[in-house]
Design a protein around this ligand. Structure first.
Ligand code: B1M
Length: 221
């Protein structure tokens, strides 16, 4: 793997955001994920390579360390910030889809859940795929989804959940949407969500990754 991708990965794992960031102390004064992602793009490395070979694997390592109690929430948060600082350079590439929009996509992380990195990736890729994205953010309750649906009739809905505890809220939101809008298409995703769970709660489609979500939407129009 290209050395710069290894360095980006290390920055995300360690929570090194940018050069001025004093955290972690042993990397003080060094370039962070922010500068290195820009340098990688300048070198001609493709944005999806940076994402798939450096950022996503680094976050998986962070998650494993958290599971093993080798790191705690503050370190996980710094890693997420480092990933976001790299993502801001990749975003324009993922968003530069066709100008003509194929339809609307309402997306949000379900109530009680603050994880947004995966949801943001999905939103970016779908926007890049030519859809207008209405991103409701994190901790989105059913009422907020319903309001957005009323304001954007016919939109496809996307729900993300990263916690086993908030999967229950995903189920409740899907049930409420189904009750009032039986014909709307609902897409679900997030690390603990499965195809079986999607079927169980009456959503239309489960995708484990952003590309699957893009393919589903494109095939739905
Ligand atoms: Co949290 N966290 N976290 N966390 N966190 C996980 C999810 C966890 C698996 C870590 C672990 O224990 N190994 C664990 C959940 C266990 C469980 O329930 N199964 C966990 C926990 C326990 C918690 C807290 C409860 C910790 C605490 O406070 N004690 C707490 C909960 C806060 C809350 O939400 N109420 C918490 C907090 C946080 C931070 C705030 C510190 C931070 C989030 C920052 C942010 O998002 N802005 C954080 C982070 C960073 C993680 C890990 C390390 C990384 C998540 C991530 O961004 N992954 C995570 C461990 C892990 O996943 N390995 C963990 C990278 C991202 C690209 O992947 O989000 O899976 P992911 O998205 C993928 C796919 O899932 C898919 O596409 C994406 C790209 O491939 N996808 C969709 C996602 N949404 C989709 C929607 C779709 C389609 C596909 O259609 C609509």
């Amino acid at each position: 793997m290209d050395d710069i991708l290894v360095q980006i990965s290390k920055c995300v794992e360690s929570g090194k955001i940018d050069k001025v960031s004093p955290y972690p102390p042993d990397m003080k004064g060094q370039d962070g994920a922010d500068e290195l992602a820009k340098q990688a793009l300048d070198k001609g490395i493709k944005p999806d390579q940076i994402l798939e070979n450096a950022l996503i694997p680094a976050m998986a390592i962070v998650g494993d360390r958290f599971s093993r109690k080798e790191i705690y929430v503050p370190q996980m948060l710094m890693a997420a910030k480092a990933m976001s600082s790299a993502m801001k350079h990749l975003k324009p590439f993922f968003q530069s889809g066709e100008a003509k929009r194929k339809g609307k996509f309402i997306v949000g992380t379900v109530a009680g859940d603050l994880h947004d990195i995966g949801k943001n990736l999905v939103a970016m890729m779908i926007e890049g795929g030519g859809w207008e994205v209405i991103d409701l953010g994190v901790d989105v309750g059913t009422d907020k989804f319903m309001k957005a649906i009323e304001e954007n009739p016919g939109a496809v809905i996307g729900l993300s959940a990263l916690l086993t505890t908030t999967m229950e809220n995903m189920k409740k939101t899907v049930a409420s949407i189904r009750e009032k809008h039986p014909d709307l298409r609902i897409l679900v995703g997030g690390a603990p969500v499965t195809k079986e769970y999607c079927e169980k709660i009456g959503a239309d489609f489960y995708s484990p990754d952003p590309q699957g979500a893009v393919n589903y939407l494109n095939q739905a129009v």
